[in-house]
Design a protein around this ligand. Structure first.
Ligand code: UDP
Length: 334
């Protein structure tokens, strides 16, 4: 077995019981670390807390990073922020506060603990990109007053805070820009395209296609992504990033929909709905830098990743159906 990149560390994971956080915590716990997850459960899930509590070296603190916290750690991962458009647009002011005030609080913690800190930034800093594929040097095309700005500009401001803490206080920072990711532990009601399409296909309901379906995304399987996050945290101190992490194989949404219908054996059709405001037309990472500096490339192709993901959603739907049958039976008994 390859020796772990990170071991014997006390690690704080903000957003630790969300989609990416859960897989990250599992991997860090499996390689001999102590992990403390901070989460306000806004989009993080109680199910994930229960799952991670099977590991003796795991602990959970219900905390909102908008408020300062004092806790010791060697390494800090900041994954805390709702990331799905319907979730981050639900309370946009709160989303901005989470990125900006949350980053400030965790950077202060890193400074006082002399800890290394990684920020989960996003491909959304490129907005609706005019450069394709996107390299890290591309400065982006963000609408600063649009409905996505709370997320995009919040994350951009967090990037600037990280680099200012690095320049002013010598804090050891790591910056990653995450592209669309999917896989087990996603919230089934997340509202993003992969979870929506799989849930709809499994229920034989129409797949909700926003716009024509010609827009593109590049989908990365969660295990690949988290391996990249760990490799970045473990990389030499002088490599701060930003570095793109994502799968560079691009699909349009019609291709994605048809693949999901085929893999689930669904009878679903497509229903075409209006495209949301400022929805990026295309997105695909240039991952040359990650390959060169981290030796990282994603290994799981979309079809294989979907095959690993569909059973997770099927199990969730099965549990839901079972609990409504149980509810119906108990109602009849009364
Ligand atoms: N989308 C869609 N149907 C859905 C959810 C999303 O057609 O049920 C589209 C959305 O408009 C966008 C793409 O899928 O063009 C990816 O959206 P998602 O919310 O997954 O992530 P984004 O990359 O926009 O942050």
């Amino acid at each position: 077995m390859k020796s772990p990149l990170i071991t014997n560390k006390k690690i704080l994971v903000a957003g630790g019981v969300g989609f990416l956080g859960t897989t990250l915590c599992k991997k860090l716990l499996a390689t001999g670390n102590q992990v403390i997850a901070l989460d306000n459960l806004y989009t993080g899930r109680q199910d994930n807390v229960a799952l991670l509590q099977n590991y003796p070296e795991f602990s959970f603190i219900n905390h909102d990073i908008i408020e300062p916290i004092d806790i010791s750690a060697d390494l800090i991962f900041n994954l805390a922020c709702p990331a799905s458009p319907p979730h981050y647009q639900r309370d946009p002011i709160f989303t901005t506060k989470t990125s900006v005030l949350g980053s400030l609080n965790l950077l202060e913690l890193a400074r006082t603990n002399n800890a290394r800190i990684l920020q989960a930034s996003t491909s959304e800093v490129y907005g609706d990109p005019e450069q394709h594929p996107q390299t890290e040097s591309y400065r982006g095309s963000v609408n600063p007053i649009g409905i996505r700005a709370c997320y995009d500009e919040g994350k951009r401001c967090a990037e600037s805070l990280f680099f200012d803490y690095h320049r002013m206080h010598g804090v050891a920072i790591k910056m990653i820009r995450i592209f669309n990711t999917y896989g087990p532990h996603m919230d089934p009601n997340d509202g993003r395209v992969v979870s929506n399409f799989i849930m709809q296909a499994l229920s034989n309901e129409p797949l909700t296609m926003y716009g024509t379906g010609a827009q593109t995304r590049s989908f990365c399987f969660v295990d690949d992504l988290v391996d990249g996050i760990i490799a970045m945290m473990a990389s030499p101190q002088e490599f701060t990033g930003p570095v793109n992490l994502g799968n560079p194989t691009e699909f349009n949404l019609l291709e994605l929909a048809h693949m999901i219908i085929e893999l689930t054996g669904s009878t679903s059709q497509l229903v075409f709905l209006p495209l949301p405001q400022d929805d990026p037309q295309q997105r695909k990472p240039d991952i040359s830098l990650a390959r060169e500096k981290l030796g990282w490339v994603p290994r799981v192709a979309l079809r294989e990743g979907l095959e690993k993901t569909i059973p997770y959603f099927a199990e969730f739907l099965g549990q839901q159906q079972q609990s409504s049958v149980n509810f119906f039976r108990s109602e009849q008994l009364i």
